[in-house]
Design a protein around this ligand. Structure first.
Ligand SMILES: NC(=O)c1ccc[n+]([C@@H]2O[C@H](COP(=O)([O-])OP(=O)(O)OC[C@H]3O[C@@H](n4cnc5c(N)ncnc54)[C@H](O)[C@@H]3O)[C@@H](O)[C@H]2O)c1
Length: 355
């Protein structure tokens, strides 16, 4: 089987290439990346050593996509993945939609032409920020926790939000490009008869992730803590109680490997995530770091930041039922892996463009 991974020099794309080679022998991997993400060029050599056939190209350019070799499946892992993209002064809304939506459209045209299957790496940020912000939470052990007694919203339980949660705007410009990509992917698949899977991924984390304060938060927090960079608890009273769950790209690879071998159901949208058992607040993460690197106190910054939410945990029950899939790597195992990376890679954040 020939597999094309877009954004192959990114954190997720490069890890998927490595893990899929291990668990799916016989798969031949091709990749494209424009090396837009600071740090992404560091993955080129390792991919070349693995025999991955790399094209330095840009998905926004139809001619770059036209020149790609014919493959059986595409995993779309190319994007500007920051929830602040388009409003952070570093990328414009137009640039964001060119990378995240126009790029996906060009790849869907590729799939139409070659009858290739398509796997979109979508995101938890397709969900309504207003609805998420209104979820009833209480503080327990320095972390926001859902209060089930007050819960009146559809698509959410103590296990997290599920695929039926509201996607009403606002979802952030980033979330909107992903939601629009989902709709177009499903429409292309149905119209031109090629298989489409949509994986709404929770936070992905692991060693070698390019961390910034806006994206790749677990990697950023450990490296920044070790480097004694100033850390901030932004919004929500400045306590760091906000909670996210996380999972490892090796677990994503196991799910994708299963998807490449079967036809998608009528509704091809699945949550892939760490789930409630792999959720943690920033304050709890700081306590974990304090034990390893010595105490380093984040400063409260009570000004709210656009698109921030207090509690977002992704329920992966549907993936568990459909694929018998569960994340095998615990959040603590992931943190240990990043810790090891921190010890062997001083100055990592500067290489990732973190300011
Ligand atoms: N990392 C996470 O926590 C997370 C969570 C949910 C969803 N996702 C999704 O997973 C995918 C991969 O995320 P990541 O964390 O690896 O991000 P990343 O920034 O590490 O990797 C993205 C890669 O895409 C490349 N790229 C961007 N625009 C491109 C273009 N126009 N043409 C070619 N290459 C381009 C970048 O250079 C980069 O190497 C993204 O689609 C993201 O939305 C990631």
């Amino acid at each position: 089987m020939k597999l094309l991974i877009t954004g192959i020099c990114g954190f997720v794309g490069s890890r998927l290439a490595a893990y899929l080679q291990e668990i799916s022998p016989g798969v031949e991997i091709f990749g494209i990346d424009n090396l837009l993400r600071p740090g992404s060029e560091m993955n080129r050599e390792a991919l070349a050593k693995r025999g991955v056939r790399f094209t330095h190209g840009d998905l926004r350019l139809r001619s770059d996509v036209d020149a790609l070799p014919k493959c059986d499946w595409v995993i779309d892992a190319a994007a500007n993945p920051s929830v602040l993209a388009g409003v952070d002064g570093r990328s414009s809304p137009r640039q964001l939609s060119e990378h995240n939506l126009d790029g996906t459209l060009n790849i869907l045209e590729y799939c139409r032409e070659h009858k290739a299957g398509f796997v979109l790496l979508s995101t938890s940020r397709v969900y309504s920020i207003k609805a998420l912000a209104q979820l009833p939470v209480e503080v327990c052990d320095r972390a926001f926790e859902l209060n089930p007694r007050e819960l009146r919203t559809a698509g959410v339980s103590a296990a997290g939000i599920n695929e039926r949660f509201s996607t009403e705007p606002p979802v952030s410009l980033y979330g909107a490009t992903k939601l629009a990509s989902e709709v177009m992917a499903r429409e292309y698949g149905l119209t031109f008869q090629f298989p489409v899977w949509i994986n709404r991924c929770g936070v992905l984390a692991g060693a070698g992730q390019f961390g910034t304060a806006e994206q790749g938060i677990f990697s950023y927090w450990l490296h920044a803590h070790a480097e004694r960079r100033p850390l901030r608890y932004i919004g929500f009273g400045g306590h760091g109680y906000q909670v996210r769950d996380a999972f490892h790209p090796a677990d994503l690879a196991e799910l994708v490997s299963a998807q490449l071998k079967q036809d998608p159901p009528e509704d091809p949208v699945f949550h892939v995530s760490g789930g409630a058992e792999n959720a943690m607040s920033l304050a709890q993460l700081t306590a974990w770091c304090d034990e390893r690197f010595g105490k380093h106190v984040p400063q409260p910054d009570t000004r709210p930041r656009p698109f921030d939410i207090p509690w977002l945990v992704m329920d992966h029950t549907r993936a568990a039922e459909h694929f018998d899939w569960r994340p095998k790597r615990s959040l603590y195992a992931i943190l240990d892996e990043i810790f090891d990376h921190v010890r062997h890679n001083p100055g990592w954040l500067a290489k990732c463009g973190a300011v």
